[in-house]
Write a protein that binds this ligand. Structure first.
Ligand code: GRF
Length: 204
């Protein structure tokens, strides 16, 4: 079966992007990272992607102002031009409109640094420490219009230690992220995890 063409959308350093690029270097991996798109010109992940010889695109959201859909139409045009099959959000700090999410439904993945449905939104590590949870983790899920709410593909956890700070906890969770994102993308690329628009998720 032909390898799926994947675009990774980033806004920052792109360590999850790098984990996906590394995984896709394996001959038996069912997906290739065909494109990296950033909405920010200063995203350091763009440099890393170029070093890895991956095609990159910068689609700056700023000129679009409040016109979210205008930005997304430009993004969608790039993805379509590059014949992208699956889109992975990896530290992409833009909320997507229902138009885009519906258009890519079942082919749009996100990684969230918490054990969903706990701690949706931002500052997950701080909130986990404040809540006093004993375990924390990361989740890869299909994207639906409601933020951080789509069907879960894979999640895994780590212990929270007594002396943890946001930074130490984030570092422990990041190792989980780098492990589970490639696993989740494999499941989706092989058709073993699916999400039919309007239907229920079908995990592995
Ligand atoms: C990760 O923790 C991801 O879960 C969150 O933003 C962070 C991005 O890190 N959504 P990176 O750019 O992949 O290094």
């Amino acid at each position: 079966m032909a390898r799926k063409r994947v675009a990774v959308l980033i806004s920052g350093r792109g360590s999850n992007m790098t984990a996906l690029i590394k995984a896709a270097e394996a001959k038996d991996y069912p997906a290739e990272i065909a494109l990296v798109v950033s909405n920010r010109p200063d995203a350091s992940g763009l440099v890393r992607a170029r070093e890895a010889k991956i095609a990159t695109a910068l689609i700056d959201h700023q000129p679009f102002g409040d016109n979210r859909e205008g930005f997304e139409r430009a993004l969608d045009a790039e993805l379509t031009a590059q014949r992208i099959d699956i889109v992975c959000l990896a530290g992409f700090m833009r909320l997507l409109t229902p138009w885009f999410v519906t258009r890519w439904s079942g082919r749009l993945l996100n990684i969230h640094p918490a054990l969903l449905p706990q701690f949706k939104g931002l500052h997950t590590h701080r909130r986990a420490l404040q809540a006093g949870v004993k375990r924390h983790g990361a989740t890869v899920h299909f994207v639906v219009p409601e933020t951080d709410s789509g069907p879960i593909i894979i999640q895994d956890s780590v212990p929270v230690s007594e002396g943890d700070t946001e930074e130490t906890l984030a570092a422990r969770v990041l190792e989980v992220e780098h492990r589970i994102y490639p696993q989740a993308l494999r499941l989706v690329a092989e058709g073993r995890a699916t999400f039919a628009p309007g239907g229920k998720g079908n995990g592995p």
